[in-house]
Design a protein around this ligand. Structure first.
Ligand code: SF4
Length: 432
């Protein structure tokens, strides 16, 4: 059976033009996916947990699915300060149930933006986000700036489908109708598809962005001859190109969100784009990594009013990044149990957090072994969303897209497992 228009469940580009061949309930071939998407979808069977596992001493013991749900419910119900973390690589439907679980157990629920584009959210809350869809970029953008990101490796088909090579309504010739600029601290492979590379000193994004704002506002006399390793002349040239584009676009990554003053970088970038809109049409967009991290932010926001790090321990949603964010809670040793869904914080969190995760009861819901599951006390295998389960995800431009189930699975989905845990918790009665 050939399935067309399949959505790739790997990165935030959510490419929707894959063709998948299914034979005897197995994926036999994939067309149009990049290496990242191909290896996730073709390798779906590789190295999977077959049954739920419970840690007994230094070893894992196989247990039944029912026992694993009972155990998970017991751990979360008995915890005073449980943390539910992950959610960026699962469906919006599962995320919504995760929030329901957090409310029932009076815990904190956080998602992976806390360690990637959380500062983007804060900048947006301060300044606002002048943005657009990837379709508008494809059809209109004649100046594209990649800032602190490396789509060549992290979003391999982004340039081909949306931002560089693709032909659109007003960009009929594709690549030759666009000017492409890379701003980064070092040359990456993305430089190979760009017309211009501007190398900046590490941590100097804020200085350069605020200098560009001054230039665009006509106050270039306030800028020194060199700033952040970039000559004033080069910044004047970039600002001119920006002002004279018909439709300019900035795609930015963690090279901006996680350096220097972090969210202030994003607020400055958003101010720059706002200033540019006095001269022409300009937009910006974060390069979201996990395929549904944008969906996690959307679901959190519509259900709780806050995009991540939402604390229900007081009985109502409370949000204060730096206080209720996962690494801060774990480092302060406030968390006394943790559920990790579709994520690997053991590989990405700071040492002090990982040390805390190793000490507390840790439940991991994942199809595959990971650095986090090595620390787990309970592992519940899951079906893979986008391969074995359908659902909804949000592309990096916040467009919701329905992804398909391609094959049947013997495992339950995140949505079903969270639902089973909630049912068990409800049987235990209302928590104090
Ligand atoms: S660019 Fe991203 S969404 Fe597109 S095929 Fe590659 S991994 Fe999948």
């Amino acid at each position: 059976m050939i399935i067309e228009d399949v959505i790739c469940p790997f990165c935030g580009s959510l490419c929707d033009d894959l063709t998948v061949e299914v034979k005897d309930n197995e994926i036999a071939g994939i067309e149009n996916a990049c290496k990242l998407g191909y290896s996730k979808m073709m390798g779906y069977e590789h190295d999977r947990y077959e049954r739920p596992l419970k840690r007994v001493g230094d070893e894992f013991k196989e247990i039944s699915y029912e026992e694993s749900i009972e155990e998970a419910a017991k751990i979360l119900y008995n915890a005073k300060s449980p943390l539910l973390y992950g959610w960026a690589s699962t469906s919006c439907e599962a995320i919504e149930r995760g929030i329901e679980l957090a409310v029932k157990i009076g815990g904190v629920i956080d998602q992976t933006a806390t360690v990637c584009h959380g500062p983007t959210v804060l900048g947006t809350q301060e300044v606002g986000k002048p943005s657009c869809t990837l379709g508008e970029v494809k059809n209109r953008a004649d100046l594209v700036i990649y800032w602190g990101c490396n789509p060549f490796h992290a979003h391999p088909r982004h340039a081909e489908r949306y931002s560089t090579f693709t032909k659109g309504y007003f960009t009929k010739k594709g690549r030759t109708d666009r000017k492409i600029v890379l701003v980064d601290i070092r040359k990456t492979d993305t430089e190979g598809i760009c017309d211009r590379f501007i190398q900046i000193e590490p941590g100097s994004d804020y200085k350069i962005l605020t200098s560009l704002i001054a230039i665009v506002m006509g106050k270039e006399e306030s800028i020194p001859e060199e700033i952040g390793g970039v000559k004033k002349e080069e910044l004047l040239g970039l600002a001119e190109e920006m002002k004279h584009a018909n439709f300019g676009m900035v795609f930015f990554g963690m090279g901006v969100t996680m350096t220097g003053p972090k969210y202030k970088n994003i607020a400055a970038l958003e101010r720059l784009v706002r200033e540019l809109n006095r001269h022409t049409k300009f937009s910006l967009m974060p390069m979201r990594g996990h395929y549904n991290v944008a969906g996690a932010g959307a679901v959190f926001t519509w259900r709780t009013g806050f995009p991540y790090a939402v604390d229900f321990r007081r009985g109502y949603p409370y949000y204060n990044p730096g206080e209720t964010t996962s690494n801060d809670l774990l480092t302060r040793e406030e968390v006394d149990a943790m559920l990790v869904v579709a994520s690997d914080p053991g590989a990405h969190f700071v040492n002090s957090s990982v040390r805390r995760m190793a000490k507390i009861p840790l439940i991991v819901m994942d199809p595959h072994p990971s650095a986090t599951s090595e620390l787990a006390d309970l592992i519940i295998p899951t079906a893979i969303s986008g391969v074995e389960m359908d659902g909804t995800a949000y592309r990096m431009d916040d467009v919701p897209i329905r992804f398909k189930k391609l094959i049947d699975s013997k495992f339950k989905s995140d949505f079903e497992i969270i639902g089973d845990i909630i049912e068990k918790i409800e049987k235990r009665g209302v928590k104090d």
